[in-house]
Design a protein around this ligand. Sequence first.
Ligand code: IMP
Ligand code: MG
Length: 187
Amino acid sequence: MSEPVKFPYDFIGKILISQQEIEHRVEEIGRQITKDYAQTDRLLLLGLLRGSVVFMTDLMRNIHLPITLDFMSVSSYSGSTSSGFVRIDSDHKTNINGWDVILIDDIVDTGYTLRTVQKLLLDRQPRSLRLCALLDKLARHRVELSIDYLGFEIPDYFVVGYGLDIDEKGRNLPYIASVDMEKYNQA
Ligand code: IMP
Ligand code: MG
């Protein structure tokens, strides 16, 4: 018999944001969105796969309005470094023309991902477009970007949990934790 697998992983560093803190903040954002969009009957939550999924499923249950869900899949990362080039792997299905769209991602690092998708969506003429992210590493932005609904600003660590991964690992942790890169690279 082989050893049972280790979980949580050895490479988990510090817990930066607890499950409770996330829960509380997501409620606040949901309340704000509920207030801001009280007049619309065409609210679309558009999430970027796969990192935003956990955030989105919690957020949508804190928005007390009719909503439609859709997703896009984009990639710019391999491992823990941004390539700057953003590829659309799969597009959304809804025709967003005339919709109030909230574009949702897990984290903003350089900002290339949200900036690129934002430009693309604006060409498709939504009625409005706002940006929402759970986390933001402000110090690392390479492009001008303002996030309308932000969960937390964090320092320049690579983090996992609550949907965020490193090479697909760590998405199902209920908190946000830093990755101990030395340990990760040994594994
Ligand atoms: P950006 O295009 O450089 O802003 O990177 C944003 C994307 O990179 C996000 O959608 C994440 O998928 C990924 N990313 C950036 N930083 C982290 C991190 O610390 N942990 C996990 N994923 C990250
Ligand atoms: Mg992502």
